[in-house]
Design a protein around this ligand. Structure first.
Ligand code: 8YV
Length: 330
């Protein structure tokens, strides 16, 4: 076994929950980031030149140039997170670098965030809170803060993987009817259990539902999937929820649609140019905006770290890590 396999040099780009960092220090020759300041390009390049294993997060843009310039030692990128759109998988494969992620352990938390937004936007939660805090609230009135009922509405889910299905289960409990668009139709039994209606055409579904939830990964195929043209297909009373990746929606087009009242509102946990948010979205009325916190639970983050550690350990033992990301799978 090569020396590096015994106690690999692992560089972690962001601060992780303490128990995870301590465990990693026990297992690996680890370099932690105690300041939590995101690595700039030079620091990423330096880490990739020295490490056997890099543990990045969504805030590290590992493009083809950076991966191409990685040192010969770098053999594993063990991502702390499920989405891998910030890693050039093709470049990694060309350099024989294995990429792993942390699927499954943030499904419920993300689905809960979807439901929070589905409930908050039509019921004007954010506006109500702002009104109350402003000191302008004059008390209850029959027509005060009226929003729209959730029960009985149609939900259209884009991307019916683990998270999409977890959203569907929750949505049914709230009396929503489930519709979905996915690359592949679900097995009949799963579809029946969720009482979900499959739409082979995304465009057709968009025009028929009251709430749209984006739950697919960001890939070259889904980049700006909801562009100005598709946003125009939505009904005027429809709401858009995005907890997947900001880049799936053309943010400027969404802001314009909201400003024109072409759609009723939006609930967003992710943004196209994080941490920047389009100023017109910040100014829009019927929106709830939260800072990429879909998987932000103590339990979820610990489970993500467990997965990262397991992936590294299995790789150290010379086996294929359980969460290896294969190009074309996402
Ligand atoms: C993670 C996410 O917390 O896992 C993902 O894909 O979007 C987040 O919820 C983040 O990616 C951490 O890297």
């Amino acid at each position: 076994m090569p020396e590096t396999r015994k106690r690999p040099k692992v560089i972690v780009t962001r601060r992780l929950p303490e128990t995870l960092e301590t465990r990693m220090a026990e297992l690996f020759d680890v370099e932690l980031n105690f300041t939590d300041e995101a690595f700039d390009r030079a620091r990423l390049a330096d880490a990739m030149a020295r490490a056997d294993v890099l543990v990045p997060t969504v805030t590290d843009d590992l493009d083809a140039e950076l991966i191409g310039g990685a040192g010969e030692r770098l053999k594993l990128i063990a991502n702390f997170g499920a989405g891998v759109d910030h890693i050039d998988l093709q470049a990694a494969r060309a350099k024989n670098i294995v990429v792993t992620n942390t699927p499954g352990v943030l499904t419920d938390d993300t689905a809960d965030m979807v439901m929070s937004l589905i409930l908050s936007v039509p019921r004007r939660f954010s506006e109500g809170e702002k009104l109350l805090r402003s000191g302008e609230w004059k008390g209850w009135s029959p027509c005060g803060m009226l929003g729209h009922r959730i029960t009985g509405k149609r939900l259209g889910i884009i991307g019916m993987g683990r998270i999409g299905q977890a959203v569907a289960q929750r949505a049914r409990a709230f009396g929503l009817t489930v519709h979905y668009h996915n690359r592949r139709r679900l097995p009949e039994a799963v579809e029946a259990a969720l009482e979900a209606t499959y739409w082979p055409s995304l465009d057709a579904m968009l025009g028929r539902v009251d709430i749209v939830s984006i739950n697919c990964p960001h890939t070259p195929e889904t980049h700006h999937l909801l562009n100005a043209e598709r946003l125009r297909l939505l009904q005027r009373h429809a709401y858009l929820i995005n907890t997947a990746r900001g880049e799936i929606v053309d943010e400027a087009a969404l802001a314009a649609a909201l400003a024109r009242d072409d759609i009723a509102g939006a609930g967003l946990d992710v943004f196209e140019h994080e941490p920047a948010v389009h100023p017109d979205l910040l100014a829009a009325k019927h929106v709830v905006l939260v800072p990429h916190m879909g998987s932000a639970t103590f339990e979820g983050r610990l489970a993500m770290g467990e997965k990262v550690t397991t992936n590294i350990r299995v790789w150290m033992d010379g086996h294929r890590p359980p969460d290896q990301v294969l190009e074309g799978w996402v």
